[in-house]
Design a protein around this ligand. Structure first.
Ligand SMILES: [Zn+2]
Length: 350
């Protein structure tokens, strides 16, 4: 009891819960928290703050009712249960200018924003001809190399996931976009461990020790070319899953078109572990910041099959989904050649 009071005192003295309205820690339900703390705390506001700090993802819905919606993210994507489609090409525009970037420890993640009047834009694919403007990118990770991603693929989790968040240009701002079901488009990148550090992430990883405390931020030493992070391999850019979902943090608004690339990015163990040294709102190490998967409900996940870069003849175009007809078509020219040869032999013999 005494220890609890001291701990709560420290928690509040540090002012760390202020403005941080959810946690990845703790799994106490509302009734458990009431029993433990209410007996000796008679200040309503204080009790509410404590409730929020100790309520992990399974209790976000207690405070934020939108977190118990039917189209929540993340999800487990079962590859045998997706619908294959061929959408128009996904396009990223304005990502080839180096731009000054600012990296912040929000207490829940590492967030990168660019200081660019001409923002990067996203269009095409499931977004059709609508334009989405780059707002920020951030990361999710786990306490070991076997978990950390938010979406799972065939129940497999990855050690890290990056989200690049874009808002619909028509809505003019992020705040306004959050009020509309087509407000956001989020690109999701999954990571795996590689023996070598990934040089593209070194500038970000290097400054993590400088922003260890929540609220700290720093400008990247060199201007960042968003292209290197957002399009690491253009050949794989059209191979992705897409579905409608939500923000993966409270208030979990169902406003996002998710685009999850199939291709995996690489980070070394050391690069990844640098993220786990950052501090959360309570001043503890932010060892994990992923939300568990949510039910798919009535949604269908689409898998975009990249269209062939060039179609050498009408045959492959006409019979794109029909291997048998393709084979038959190939035989036709052979028949012609054989017939031609027979005619030639016949003429020669005469
Ligand atoms: Zn995220």
């Amino acid at each position: 009891m005494v220890l609890s009071v001291v701990y709560l005192g420290l928690l509040l003295l540090s002012g760390l819960c202020r403005g941080q309205e959810f946690s990845y820690e703790g799994s106490l339900g509302e009734s458990d928290r009431e029993v433990r703390y209410s007996t000796f705390i008679d200040n309503d506001a204080l009790r509410n703050e404590i409730n929020l700090v100790f309520a992990g993802p399974s209790h976000w819905g207690d405070e934020y009712h939108t977190c118990i919606g039917k189209h929540q993210s993340p999800i487990n994507i079962e590859e045998h249960n997706v619908k294959n489609v061929s959408l128009q090409p996904l396009r990223l525009i304005g990502i080839d200018n180096p731009c000054q970037s600012y990296v912040t420890n929000t207490g829940h993640t590492v967030m990168l924003k660019t200081n660019e009047s001409k923002a990067a834009m996203l269009s095409g694919g499931p977004l059709e001809n609508n334009i989405y403007v780059f707002e920020q990118l951030h990361f999710h990770w786990g306490q070991n190399d076997y978990e950390g991603s938010e979406d799972l693929i065939n129940n497999h989790s990855f050690p890290m996931e990056m989200h690049a968040v874009f808002y619909k240009e028509d809505y003019k701002s992020m705040d306004e976009a959050l009020k509309h079901e087509d407000g956001l488009a989020i690109l999701a990148y999954l990571y795996e461990i590689s023996p070598q550090p990934n040089p593209m992430y070194e500038p970000i990883v290097k400054l993590l020790p400088d922003i260890e405390a929540m609220g700290k931020g720093k400008v990247l030493q060199e201007p960042l070319l968003l292209e290197t992070i957002l399009v690491p391999d253009i050949a794989n850019m059209q191979d992705y899953f897409t579905y409608n979902g939500s923000l993966t943090t409270p208030p979990c608004l169902e406003v996002a078109t998710w685009i999850d690339f199939k291709d995996h990015q690489e980070l070394s163990r050391e690069q990844l572990s640098a993220f786990r040294d950052l501090r959360n709102p309570q001043g503890n190490k932010l060892t994990h910041n992923f939300r568990p998967v949510q039910p798919l409900e009535d949604r269908v996940v689409l898998h975009n099959i990249p269209q062939e870069h060039s179609t050498p003849s009408n045959i492959s175009e006409d019979h794109h989904f029909d291997g048998h007809s393709g084979q038959r078509s190939v035989k036709v020219p052979i028949l012609f050649v054989a017939l031609g040869a027979l005619v030639a032999i016949f003429l020669f013999a005469m």
